[in-house]
Design a protein around this ligand. Structure first.
Ligand SMILES: *Cc1c(COP(=O)(O)O)cnc(C)c1O
Length: 465
């Protein structure tokens, strides 16, 4: 299977090359030339199978012969083996037709572990086979960096540089990155917001000379392999709730549009989905875009669900590419400057609304939702999950449609917001205790491309070795 750039200016690549590249060299995002389809029989045959079996079915379609079956299965098993719950992504019922899918049983207690644990193993395997080294430079609003640091720690062939907005990630999130002692993990505290971090990473990617010198790879949510790894849990939930015969809806707390894009691709692959609900906090660019068709970046407003404090939603480009009839020229034109925004055509917006709806929760809504969920079910949920729960409660769905809210983080990652909402302090899982006491290590840097480039060049083994 070949992967093409949404902006049409890059050489098509196979799965392994697209995985190592992350972002396409023309600034676009890789997408499969066509979506593989799982027949209704194949989906039905997966009902009741373990998560790992479903993951293999999905990922093998995207890797399409480039990775041996034994290797891919071993990597999936090892990745999901880092989860402490035997079901990996268990469902918990919170209403007659409403379920929460807990995606936070991995090493950093957030949903990004699902994809990152898988990606790290695939990348290390591909590099080892090729006798190469790579450098990862990634931007994080908190959870990506933690997940990357955990997943790649000690990797023999990969150095990881993590840019996070100084002072804008929670203590737990910061400590999960900065307490990793392995020499190949470098945390950079950037004097700016998440969008600054993301802008710097994108600039380094499109700088050909730099990119080649450090053998740059990307693990942000734009990496196709991450999207692919996330598709599995949409199957997992839908097949547990009556799929493929019955349509299921999902409410997805969204920032960079990566998680919900995986649901969209699951739908494209043949999974019956009634609606995908885009759930945003007060940084509601995607809620506004899905209502009006106008994607207009504002300024980031720090919220109690910081992993969604985003005004540039990179993965949305993949959806718009499809909505446009895969018109790369129109995407290249509309996405040229991420700060100026763009509009969907009327036809594109109408098409989008056939599958997507949206909702919004500000900090006050989020606080109240945490309290309501606790009062009604006894469950303590994190603020990101609460944003999803509110959007799910307000969703307009055919009677009897099951809806699954993706629970993207463990409440112990955001104890203050949780306590403000329900009056209870979440119990700290064992995994967090060490993180809260180990010494921290990080480097402060200006929100400046050249400053970050200098640090990477000085430290990356792909350059210095
Ligand atoms: C990253 C993250 C999100 C948003 O995911 P996207 O793929 O960026 O939409 C939501 N919740 C948590 C806890 C996250 O870490």
């Amino acid at each position: 299977m070949q992967y093409i750039s949404t902006r049409g200016g890059a050489q098509p690549l196979g799965f392994c090359d697209a995985t190592l590249a992350g972002l396409a060299p023309d600034g676009g995002l890789f997408v499969p030339e066509t979506y593989p389809v799982l027949s209704q029989e194949t989906l039905a045959s997966l009902v009741g199978r373990p998560f790992e079996a479903m993951a293999y079915t999905v990922l093998s379609r995207f890797a399409a012969g480039e990775l041996p079956e034994v290797a891919l299965k071993a990597d999936i098993d090892a990745a999901m083996g880092s989860f402490t719950h035997i079901a990996r992504t268990p469902l918990v019922q919170v209403g007659p037709d409403h379920f929460i899918m807990e995606l936070f049983h991995g090493p950093t207690l957030a949903f990004k572990d699902v994809a990152m644990q898988t990606l790290a193993r695939l990348m290390d395997r591909i590099l080892k086979e090729r006798g190469r080294r790579a450098t990862i430079v990634t931007a994080t609003s908190g959870d990506t960096g933690a997940a990357a640091a955990e997943a790649f720690r000690g990797a023999a062939n990969i150095d990881v540089f993590i840019l996070y907005p100084d002072g804008r990630v929670s203590d737990v999130q910061r400590r999960q990155m900065t307490t990793i002692a392995d020499d190949n993990i470098h945390t950079l505290a950037v004097a700016g917001d998440f969008d600054d971090c993301q802008r710097i990473v994108k600039a380094l990617f499109v700088d050909r000379a730099f990119n080649e010198k450090v053998a740059m790879s990307g693990v942000n949510s734009i990496n196709w392999a991450r999207v692919a790894a996330q598709i599995t849990y949409y199957l997992f939930a839908a097949l547990a709730l009556g799929g493929p015969q019955r349509k299921v809806a999902f409410s997805v707390p969204t920032g960079n549009f990566g998680d919900i894009l995986a649901g969209y691709v699951a739908h494209k692959m043949g999974l019956p989905i009634e609606k995908l609900i885009i759930a945003t906090n007060q940084n509601d660019i995607l809620d506004r875009a899905s209502r009006t068709g106008r994607y207009v970046p504002g300024t980031v407003s720090p919220s109690t669900s910081p992993s969604m404090d985003i005004q540039v939603s990179s993965n949305f480009e993949r959806l718009v590419f499809d909505l446009s009839g895969r018109n790369a020229a129109s995407i290249a034109e509309r996405m040229a400057d991420p700060r100026t925004g763009f509009a969907l055509t009327e036809a594109e917006l109408a098409e989008m609304k056939t599958l997507f709806a949206s909702g919004r929760a500000d900090d006050e809504d989020t606080r109240r939702q945490i309290g309501r969920t606790y009062a009604e079910t006894g469950l303590i949920v994190d603020p990101h999950t609460a944003v999803g729960l509110k959007a799910a409660a307000e969703a307009d769905l055919p009677a009897g449609t099951p809806i699954v809210t993706l629970s993207t983080a463990h409440p112990a990652k955001f104890p203050d917001a949780v306590e403000a909402g329900c009056g209870r302090r979440p119990v700290q899982p064992e995994r967090l205790e060490k993180v809260m006491t180990d010494p921290e290590r990080s480097t402060k840097v200006a929100a400046d491309v050249a400053a970050v480039a200098a640090i990477v060049l000085e430290r990356a083994r792909a350059v210095t070795a």
